[in-house]
Design a protein around this ligand. Structure first.
Ligand SMILES: Cc1cc2nc3c(=O)[nH]c(=O)nc-3n(C[C@H](O)[C@H](O)[C@H](O)COP(=O)(O)O)c2cc1C
Length: 185
């Protein structure tokens, strides 16, 4: 069966990141012909336009992983009411040199989890702005704003809460259809 490859970009480098945990847990809701590959962003240099003609090996790796994917999944915390700098850095790298962005046309989903009550809503809105400019068609709804709660994950790291399970399964079903509808074009 042909596999649909999804590049997963997590906006936190923290070892015990809730967003990383969420990204891993989400894959269990997907059909078996979807594979999720986490792209590494922690070893990217800070973006500097002077380097556009000679991108670092880590940047070339990121770009080839994004280019090879049929879809994108962004799972990010909110930092100071926006996206973390490490995520913006990765997005900027893969958008350059001018005219050689690898983001364009890749269908995306955006989710996040936060300790705060608004569950990354503002970070996601900023991210959607950036993705719109990069010509990334992004699933509009349902939106996924999760707050860290004790019963959200079980001891295996899966989603443990029945209500959240049902909600995330519904989200994944829509995301899968979204990705497929764009790959059919
Ligand atoms: C620099 C910084 C800024 C933060 N700003 C926000 C914020 O604006 N909104 C929010 O809900 N949480 C904010 N937080 C708390 C994060 O939601 C929390 O640290 C979360 O666990 C980060 O995600 P992670 O577990 O995936 O690393 C902030 C945390 C840091 C370190």
């Amino acid at each position: 069966m042909a596999q649909t490859r999804i590049a997963v970009v997590v906006g936190s480098l923290r070892k015990d990141s809730f967003n990383q945990k969420l990204a891993l847990a989400l894959a269990h809701f997907a059909p078996s012909d979807f594979t999720f590959e986490h792209v590494r962003i922690d070893d990217l240099p800070l973006y500097n336009q002077d380097d556009d003609g000679n991108q670092a090996p880590a940047v070339k790796r990121l770009k080839s992983e994004i280019a090879a994917a049929q879809g994108l999944l962004f799972v990010t915390p909110e930092y100071n009411r926006s996206i973390p700098g490490v995520l913006k850095n990765a997005i900027d790298h893969a958008s350059r040199p001018y005219g050689q962005s690898v983001w364009g046309g890749k269908p995306a989903g955006v989710l996040g989890i936060s300790v705060g009550a608004i569950g990354t809503a503002l970070a996601q809105q900023h991210l959607r702005n950036i993705l719109a400019y990069l010509d990334v068609p992004t699933l509009g709804s349902p939106e996924v704003f999760l707050q860290t709660k004790d019963d959200l994950f079980d001891d295996k790291g899966h989603i443990g809460n029945e209500g959240s399970k049902k909600f995330l399964q519904g989200w994944m079903d829509k995301y899968v259809a979204w990705v497929k509808s764009h790959s059919a074009v």
